[in-house]
Design a protein around this ligand. Structure first.
Ligand code: XMP
Length: 516
């Protein structure tokens, strides 16, 4: 491992994409750390002992710079004399701090926008006159600060990008870290390598070593259990933990009854090859008992999160484990709203869904800073079987969050069948490799139909197929109509309780991938 990595610090203003910036930098083999938004020049200096700090990026955030409690920059942060790049909220803050004119936008911009690059220099070097970028802002910089110059504009935003005339300080109103910004990677590359002059001296293998060491140190002479759902995250966490702890580790697969058809069997088979203690906990009845009558999606997630822990505690008692390891990844944490300045989107079962009181000494989350595709990379490096590496993500609470409204045994059966049909047809059509996820949702709407010349009144199933790279943003997939037709025909023919199939054509944002 390298002694000191060239490092970019990302100042966290609570934006949904803050961590994505960190990961985009790592994609270029440059290390990056997320730090609090009000870090002082002295604290940056102190971090320099450990890393070679080469630049700062100010993330976006949900606040307006005018809100009384809006997160601020440290007033002397510009004294660090390092290159700085402000993104979205970070761009507005930079402008505000240096006396630019920032005001509420006359016309708010969300989504894809066309930006005119007036001066393709520095971060914008090599870009075309018009670029497609991802915007999401309420405030706008109307005039650059005195020592700055504007570099780009949109119809509604006269200073969409600026730079300091002498110092390497830049601001962009848009999000280069999001894939919808077509040349976003180029912009970040320009900042990392041209402006900050970083060397690409960090690699993913270093991270694996760091994660294994951390687990070894934390658990010491103790024992741990890990929740293994068969999804990629918990499988990778299990492989890492097995490397660190050997037989001090017990992996538990909790069958809560909301698994896909054939899932428990597939997982048992996949993990037979591993030399770990593997326990299947049959907990279908106790989960259903706790969930009877629950309608609110957040309550569902909390009930499931708590019950998972209770099952783990019982097994830990038997195996003498003091630590619980989870495969929580970064988007689970960010959407559960764990940071001071970010909004809670939904409670991921293994994050904010955890009960307050737990009998574990500590919960360890080796993958906590990674995105799904980084986890896949780690999986390949750890030689995990292909069928696990390429599995589509499946939420911990399983089909329970794809059945809207109260859960019943009948609804679970219907959803399992519909889900199986969607999976079969997508896989048969060869589309699965290009899709992030594809599944069925059982809505709580009923509709009229006609089956066998008679009136029918039954459930409406929604089909959702998504394209994404890391689940922070996603687009509904434009799969061919004949595939949708086969799915719809099979669902209505093979599941008597369903009379209608609809296709969900909503991107994330504004929707989330799962319905609950
Ligand atoms: P959303 O619905 O938030 O989903 O857009 C983003 C990704 O996360 C998965 N997901 C979960 N995974 N526990 C998990 O382990 C959960 O509680 C959970 N909720 C959503 C979802 O399938 C998608 O890939």
């Amino acid at each position: 491992m390298q002694e000191k990595y060239d490092t970019i610090l990302v100042l966290d203003f609570g934006g949904q994409y803050c961590h994505l910036i960190g990961r985009r930098i790592r994609e270029h083999n440059v290390y990056s750390e997320i730090v609090p938004h009000d870090i002082s020049p002295e604290e940056v200096q102190a971090l320099n002992e450990k890393f070679n700090i080469k630049g700062l990026i100010l993330s976006g955030g949900p606040s307006s710079v005018y809100e009384p409690n809006a997160p601020k920059l440290h007033p002397r942060i510009l004294e660090v004399n390092l290159p700085i790049l402000g993104l979205c909220y970070g761009h507005q803050l930079l402008a505000q701090l240096t006396n630019g004119k920032v005001e509420p936008a006359t016309c708010k911009e969300y989504g894809i926008a066309q930006v005119a690059i007036d001066k393709p220099v520095g971060v914008l070097e090599g870009l075309s006159e018009k670029e497609k970028v991802w915007m999401s802002h309420g405030d706008t910089v109307f005039a650059p600060p005195p020592e700055f110059e504007a570099l780009a504009h949109t119809d509604n935003c006269p200073v969409a990008a600026f730079r300091h005339k002498q110092k390497p300080i830049y601001g962009l109103q848009w999000h280069p870290e999001v894939i919808h910004t077509e040349n976003g990677m180029r912009m970040l590359r320009n900042f990392i390598f041209q402006v900050c002059k970083c060397q690409a001296n960090w690699q993913m293998e270093d991270l694996i070593e760091k994660m294994v060491q951390e687990l070894k140190t934390e658990v010491g002479e103790g024992r741990a259990i890990i929740g293994l759902s068969g999804g990629i995250d918990s499988s990778v966490a299990t492989a890492l933990a097995a490397k660190a702890l050997d037989d001090k580790l017990t992996a538990v697969f909790v069958d809560h009854g909301f698994m896909r058809e054939g899932e428990p069997e597939a997982i048992r088979e996949a993990f037979q090859k591993f030399r770990i203690n593997f326990i299947v906990a049959n907990a279908q009845e106790r989960f259903m008992d706790k969930l009877r009558g629950v309608v609110d999606p957040e309550t569902k997630r909390k009930v499931i999160g708590e019950e998972f822990i209770r099952v783990f505690e019982e097994i830990a008692k038997k195996s003498g484990a003091q630590y619980l390891i989870q495969g929580t990844i970064y988007p689970d944490r960010i959407e559960s709203g764990f940071r001071k300045n970010s909004d809670k989107i939904k409670t991921h079962h293994n994050v904010a869904g955890l009960p307050e009181k737990m009998e574990f000494r500590k919960i360890l989350e080796p993958l906590r800073d990674l995105y799904k595709d980084e986890v896949r990379k780690v999986a390949r490096m750890l030689d995990l079987p292909k069928e696990i590496v390429n599995r589509q993500p499946f939420p911990g609470p399983g089909l329970a969050v794809r059945i809207i409204g109260v859960l019943t045994d009948e609804k679970v059966r219907i959803t399992k069948k519909a889900d199986k049909i969607v999976r079969d047809e997508i896989e048969k059509s060869g589309l699965s490799e290009s899709l992030w996820q594809y599944f069925a949702v059982l809505t709580d709407t009923k509709a009229t139909g006609v089956k066998g010349d008679a009136r029918a009144y039954g459930y409406v199933v929604a089909v959702r197929t998504m394209e994404s790279r890391e689940a922070m943003t996603a687009s509904f997939a434009k799969i061919p109509y004949p595939v949708l037709e086969t799915i719809s025909t099979r669902i209505t023919n093979e599941i008597p309780q369903v009379v209608r199939v609809v296709y969900d054509i909503t991107h994330k944002p504004p929707a989330t991938i799962e319905w609950e």
